[in-house]
Ligand binder design. Sequence first.
Ligand code: SIN
Length: 518
Amino acid sequence: MIFDVVVVGSGIAGSVAAYYLAKNGFSVAIMSKAPILEESNTLYAQGGIVYKGRKDSGDLIYRDIMQAGGGISLPDAVKWLAENGQNAVEETLIQEFGVRFSKSRRGGYDLTEEAAHSAKRILHSFDSTGKMIEDKAAAAIRKCENITLLTNYTAVDIITLDHHSTDKYRMYQPLTSLGIYALSNKDKKVEKILSKIVVLATGGMGQIYLHTTNPLLATGDGYAMASRAGARLVNMEYTQFHPTTLYYPKANNFLISEAVRGEGAVIVDKNGRAFMEKYHPQRDLAPRDIVTRAILNEMLESGEKSVYLDIAGIGENKIRSRFPNIYKKCLEFGLNITEYPVPIVPAFHFSCGGILTNLYGRTNINRLFAAGEVACTGLHGANRLASTSLLEGLVFGRQIADFITEHREHYLNLEFPEVLDWIDTGNEDMIDPALINQDWNLLKNMMWNYVGAVRNKKRLRRAIIDLNNLKEDVENFYRDAKVNKSILELRNAVQTGLIVARQALANRESIGAHYRTD
Ligand code: SIN
């Protein structure tokens, strides 16, 4: 297979990049390891997307993002988003994709509030904003003639000139991407897919943690692949934990959107006492890291396994109309949020760092771009402001398409060197699900206990030693076994965990989502 562009990942960032590139005449493949295009981190986003409030301004949005980022957000990236976000929402989401956001009774958009925003400026589609966006984006992609859908393909590695070509002078050339080796999950064969440009939009890494709001496919694939290819990864220690996820057997840390607190829900202890005022003047709408640590502290002091979220005070009608998905999901577990507080705990939610890109999504590897959660434009700094992630994927996904289009000649003018086919010498019998499960358990527990919301040198050093051992075991396993999706995911997850732990140890300063007791 040969394309102008392969986009790996079909969430908002990948979909927007693929859509505009195809519209501008490039042959594009969009790849997802899931059987359907829609399955992505984006699909599960509840809260919303930053737009513009009444009496709001780009300057105010800029200030809030900078403030949340702990002072290390990159001003140019924040400025770009603050100035172009509203237009991108209107042009791409509303006009091109036909996304419908919730409206108020008066007919205008129903703007909501979330933590650390100084205005009500968030557009939402009830409490399933991501699903609305993802469904519409996937429908738009399916209509594009020059987009090939490669669903059920798991990316194995970025094909690079120096690693995979037979050019005898390859080591003297700049790092260059030439495509993707990808496993067809159905045929169980690794295929060589050449492309003049690769866009990584693989989403996050939540599954490396014991508790996460992320779906099962968030196994850190893009970070690990990019790192193996020689990309620069930064700010990986800034792992954001969401304070309010359902603590209930089989609920898998179902997210209870921050918008619920934006509408008046209050975090309480088991006696129904609100405690956030002890920790921050903004109480329940303090920045996420502060709310998370406050909850963990209360749990430690009380010895309880959770705290509670009192949503009932919002009123039954409002709950059912504004948060139908959360209401229904909790009811499936026998929890009626209109009547009594529900148990909640923090869980990993979002990686603020990633593959370093400039404002056009370019990485330090030629012909390799990145966007969305896997990328680090510098926008989030040390901590992400709520409801900026969908906007980031949208704005910077579009930036990539515009940049490549503007430099069309340069990018299309490439003679592919000879690239080696994938040789799979592995043995199917080596695959033992018991080993894979146990390695996942080890990884998730290590990351949660040693590289979690509260860190110190001792824990991080221990994590690195244990993760190095695990990495070696998994690497041997990967080499001996026939390649399959579960081994690829495990390998990527362990490598990503190690990158996070190393960067967390190297950074001795507590800022935002990276908090050290020492
Ligand atoms: C939420 O709905 O609480 C998540 C919003 C976000 O992470 O931006």
